[in-house]
Design a protein around this ligand. Sequence first.
Ligand code: ATP
Ligand code: MG
Length: 366
Amino acid sequence: MNAPVTDISRLAGDAIAIDPAIRLAGVSKVFPARAGGKPVAALDHIDLTVPRGSVLGVIGRSGAGKSTLIRLANGLEKPTSGQVIVDGAEISAFSERELRQARRSIGMIFQHFNLLSSRTAAENVAFPLEVAGTPSSEIKARVDELLALVGLADKRDRYPAELSGGQKQRVGIARALATRPKVLLSDEATSALDPETTRSILDLLGRINRELGLTILLITHEMSVVRAIAHEVAVIDGGRIVEKSDVFDVFTRPQHPVTRSFLADETGSTLPPYVAAHLQREPVPGGQTVVRVIFRGRHATDPVIARLAREAGIEANILAGTVDEIAGRPFGTLTIGLPGGPTALETTLSFLARHGLDTEVLGHVA
Ligand SMILES: Nc1ncnc2c1ncn2[C@@H]1O[C@H](COP(=O)(O)OP(=O)(O)OP(=O)(O)O)[C@@H](O)[C@H]1O
Ligand SMILES: [Mg+2]
């Protein structure tokens, strides 16, 4: 999981690097005005590529344009302008008939599973194969194989009403894979599940990505989902991609305020309440400056605060801290209080910078 995407494209050769599984080029989508209303620009000049074999997480708030983006990627909507290319085919230019064919190479899973309630698990998985005209002798073997893959071999004759949410989503995943798609699109597929079930479904998707080499475009409003499975993340806000990078960089060097707000809980970058309640913009005479120190990769385990005391004679108070692992690399944040006014602050910031650490002055407390 979380192997750098560049490694995958290098392994697969240059041709693949320049022919991503999914490409949106200059895509805008404007929904016409309803009676009395204004037109809605749901997507505004989106350029986005998903390299073959990789997992891209798209995160955004409600109304940001996430579902519209995914509906364009499977041809359910046509862009107002721009191109949508999936597995080498410009699906935004396809007729309905061509789209029906193209959708066999695009699997889709949904928040509310969208299973047929009158069909058993096995019959739900068989459905896209029946539509594609697969001979019934082949269907049974394929369905058994798919149910085994998602760990539901013993539930083949159960109806959706007899299955848990996690089991229903496993049926949804098996159904999405039935026609051997090249890409899998997921719109909030874990949003209706509890955290433990979410984890098991994300593990399954990660395994499918690695073992079948399936490209996954995953829509979510939770950074924990991105962190668990994605190689890259794109942040969408107001119909625009405001930030896109690999997962480690977005988590450890978020550029956009929306990204920061999504991350606040996830990386421990929120302040402890007793500090937050007293934080002021202006220095407080005799008080402390509150500084966040960010440790990335190999620096995450440096005893730098001890060295600050020993080498620069500055005693920092530790207010909060976490050490964590993002995309397989260590990452930590430490919030410190510095007594001693502007000179001590200057000394500390340059000391930490010399040791390769990023800092952020958050404010002042008495
Ligand atoms: N068929 C439609 N007709 C008109 N407006 C639409 C249509 N579909 C979406 N919109 C508008 O486009 C914008 C983006 O909607 P979209 O469903 O893509 O958001 P989202 O990011 O998926 O939100 P959520 O997290 O709530 O699912 C919203 O302002 C929405 O009201
Ligand atoms: Mg949506």
